[in-house]
Design a protein around this ligand. Structure first.
Ligand code: HH2
Length: 283
C-alpha cells in the first residue's frame, strides 16, 4: 500500500504527519455555522491570521455557502468575496491558502491571487476545472457530493455508501492523473453531509481506512455538521464542539491526514495529543 506522507500544493510541500488542521474561513453571509461573522476583507484577513496563530496548517477560504438548500451566488460575486482576502493572506502567512469553490472562473482568479489549493466540493466534475488543474501546480481536494447542494439531501440513496464513494473518488483521481495532474497533488474527501443521511455519514467515518488505502491524502470536513446534531442533539451548530472534536480524533486515528474545522485551537490540541501518544511527548 502507498502511504501518503506529503501533499504537493504549488510552492508548498505539506507534511501530513502529524495531521494538518485546515481552518475554515467563510467569507459568506449565509454559511450554516458562521455566516456573516467574517464577511468583509479586513475582518476575514484578521480571522485568517488568528487561525494560523491557533495552529492551522492550511486556510480554506470560501465565498459560497454549500449548506443544504443554499442558493448560488454569481462567480463574479464569489470571486470578489474571496480574492482580496486570499491576496492579503497569501502575502502575510506562510501556510497554503485553499480556495473552496465549484467554479473554474473563481478558482482561476484565486490562483492568480495566491491560492495554493483548489478545494472543489463538486469533485472536479467540470471540464473547465480539470483543465485549470492540469495547467497549474496547486494541490487539489476532490470531494464526493451526490447531486447539487440545492437538492442533495432529498432522499440520498446508496447500496454501499463506502464502496460507492471510494470508487467515485478513485475514478476522479484517475481522471485527473490522465489529464496530466501529478498524483502527489491530489487529496480525497468523502464529503460528510453532502448528499448523505446520518447513517451514511457515520458509515463513511467507519470506512475511512478503506478510502485511505487508495494512497492519497484523505481530508475530512465534519466540523459542526448536522450528523453531530443528529447524534448528540442540539440545533445550534456553534454548540457542536465536542462532537466535532470526537470526529476529528476518530478521523486521524482512522487514516485522515487533514481535518477541515472551524475550531482550530481545540482541534490542534487534539491532534497534538494524539501524536504525542503515538510517537512520544516530543512529537
Ligand atoms: N464542507 C463544507 C464546505 N466545504 N470542503 C471540503 N473539502 N470538505 C467538506 O466537508 C466541506 C467543504 C461545508 O461546511 P462550511 O464551509 O462550514 O459551511 P457552508 O458550506 O455553509 O459555508
Amino acid at each position: 500500500m502507498v502511504v501518503a506522507r506529503t501533499w504537493r500544493c504549488g510552492r508548498f510541500r505539506v507534511a501530513l504527519q502529524p495531521p494538518v488542521v485546515m481552518g475554515i474561513l467563510n467569507v459568506t453571509p449565509d454559511s450554516f455555522s458562521d455566516g456573516g461573522s467574517f464577511a468583509g476583507t479586513p475582518a476575514a484577513v484578521a480571522r485568517g491570521r488568528a487561525l494560523v496563530a491557533e495552529g492551522a496548517g492550511i486556510i480554506d477560504v470560501g465565498g459560497e455557502s454549500t449548506r443544504p438548500g443554499s442558493s448560488e451566488v454569481s462567480s463574479a460575486e464569489e470571486a470578489e468575496r474571496v480574492c482580496p482576502v486570499i491576496e492579503r493572506l497569501a502575502g502575510e502567512v506562510d501556510v497554503p491558502i485553499s480556495v473552496d469553490t465549484r467554479h473554474a472562473e473563481v478558482a482561476r482568479s484565486a490562483l492568480a491571487a495566491g491560492a495554493s489549493i483548489i478545494n472543489d466540493v463538486s469533485g472536479f466534475r467540470d471540464p473547465a476545472m480539470v483543465e485549470l488543474a492540469a495547467m497549474s501546480d496547486v494541490g487539489l481536494v476532490v470531494m464526493h457530493m451526490l447531486g447539487e447542494p440545492r437538492a442533495m439531501q432529498a432522499e440520498p440513496r446508496y447500496d454501499d455508501v463506502v464502496a460507492e464513494v471510494t470508487a467515485y473518488l478513485a475514478g476522479q483521481a484517475a481522471m485527473l492523473v490522465s489529464a496530466g495532474v501529478a498524483r502527489e497533488r491530489i487529496a480525497l474527501d468523502p464529503g460528510i453531509g453532502f448528499g448523505k443521511t446520518t447513517e451514511h455519514n457515520l458509515a463513511l467515518l467507519r470506512g475511512l481506512p478503506e478510502l485511505a488505502s487508495l494512497g492519497y491524502p484523505v481530508l475530512v470536513g465534519a466540523s459542526r455538521k448536522s450528523v453531530i446534531g443528529a447524534v448528540l442533539g442540539g440545533a445550534d451548530p456553534r454548540k457542536r464542539l465536542e462532537g466535532s472534536l470526537a470526529i476529528a480524533a476518530w478521523s486521524v486515528l482512522n487514516g485522515a491526514h487533514v481535518v477541515r474545522v472551524h475550531d482550530v485551537a481545540a482541534t490542534e490540541k487534539v491532534t497534538r495529543m494524539l501524536a504525542a501518544i503515538e510517537q512520544g511527548a516530543g512529537a
